[in-house]
Design a protein around this ligand. Structure first.
Ligand SMILES: Nc1ncnc2c1ncn2[C@@H]1O[C@H](COP(=O)(O)OP(=O)(O)O)[C@@H](O)[C@H]1O
Ligand SMILES: [Mg+2]
Length: 326
């Protein structure tokens, strides 16, 4: 838990809640608080872990970096592989994968370089407004803004660039916001988020008492089924695993759009995925234990399988020569 990303505080809350729940289930828990990259490397390699329950959000923790370290240390970890984590964390790469797999997602472009008035107007062209501006590699709505015109766009891009030089500009979709919880490839259910100002920003997520949640969502059952099916398709397109949460918008015209796949969803008792699990009959402690059970190595394991199946190159060459009659 912890880490150096903008979501450190949220991660600490997730980590502490998970640790308490697992201890109550009788597991032997070591709380590892990660700080700088160097300290994290030392802490992870010195701790004698059977399994790492990752309660990290944001950069270095959710994007495949810690996952890579654990692969090298041979410590099974919860959540997605290095590749799945990295793809999901990069908002543009994730959208490219959605489009390749026919998962509808709002239209977008990527803005990089200096956000001068001219560069912004030229880059935006006739894309139109309103748009959402998002730093490429942040979560928890950090640096995210809704923008109504070109003047606002310049300042929104500059703010987003203080988090990340690369920024996603996405068409705003008006509708109902749904989040779908998936555990080990199976949909647990979904929930509607109704933030008081229409955007589920950092304040609406962690500070506001005005945000409303509806289980089931205030949508026709067929729409919910459609959203859950699409969420599963989005998760598959990135090859993620373990506990994941997919954010979608069902537009006023009743079309579904996937916003993003979260590979390390918030894990306090009042976080969205635990809320959905609870409604599906899975208590917070049971959910945490299921996640621990699914911990694994992705790369190291597949390497073992491949090694067993390796045929020495010389033999392959000979067999091919024999087969071609030479
Ligand atoms: N294209 C969009 N149209 C309408 N609302 C959006 C759009 N993109 C994001 N939002 C709002 O902003 C919130 C955060 O966006 P999201 O892409 O999920 O990023 P984060 O990783 O910060 O959670 C969403 O939960 C939603 O309320
Ligand atoms: Mg989100």
């Amino acid at each position: 838990m912890g880490g150096t990303s903008a979501e450190r505080e949220v991660s600490l809350r997730s980590g502490r809640a998970v640790a308490r729940a697992l201890e109550r289930r009788g597991l032997d828990v070591v709380r590892l608080e990660l700080d700088s990259a160097r300290q994290s490397l030392r802490a992870l390699s010195e701790a004698r872990l059977d399994v790492a329950f990752l309660a990290l959000h944001g950069r270095l923790g959710e994007d495949g970096c810690v996952q890579g370290v654990l692969e090298m240390l041979g410590v099974p970890y919860t959540g997605s592989s290095v590749l799945g984590s990295a793809l999901a964390m990069d908002k543009a790469k994730a959208k490219e994968m959605f489009l390749l797999h026919n998962v509808p997602t709002p239209a977008y472009y990527v803005f990089e370089g200096e956000a001068t008035g001219d560069a912004v107007v030229e880059g935006h062209g006739n894309f139109g407004f309103p748009v959402m501006v998002k730093p490429m590699h942040e979560g928890s709505s950090v640096g995210l803004q809704k923008v109504l015109n070109a003047d606002e766009l310049v300042s929104a891009l500059r703010i987003a660039q203080s988090y990340d030089p690369s920024v996603l500009v996405e068409r705003f979709v008006s509708g109902r916001e749904i989040t779908v919880a998936i555990l080990n490839g199976k949909v647990l259910g979904c929930l509607e988020i109704a933030p008081s100002n229409g955007i589920f920003d950092y304040q609406a997520k962690y500070q506001s008492t005005q945000t409303q949640y509806f289980i089931p969502p205030r949508l026709a059952e067929s729409r919910c089924c459609g959203a859950m099916q699409l969420a599963l398709q989005a998760a598959k397109s990135l090859g993620v695993s373990g506990a994941v949460r997919v954010d979608l918008i069902v537009s006023d015209e009743q079309n579904e759009y996937v916003l993003e796949v979260n590979t390390q969803p918030g894990m306090t008792q009042s976080s969205l995925l635990p809320k959905i699990a609870e409604a599906a009959g899975l208590s917070f402690a049971e959910l945490c234990e299921e996640i621990v059970q699914s911990a694994c190595l992705h790369v190291s394991q597949s390497r073992q399988i491949k090694e067993a199946a390796v045929v020495p190159l010389a033999r392959v060459a000979q067999t091919e020569l024999a087969a071609s009659g030479q």
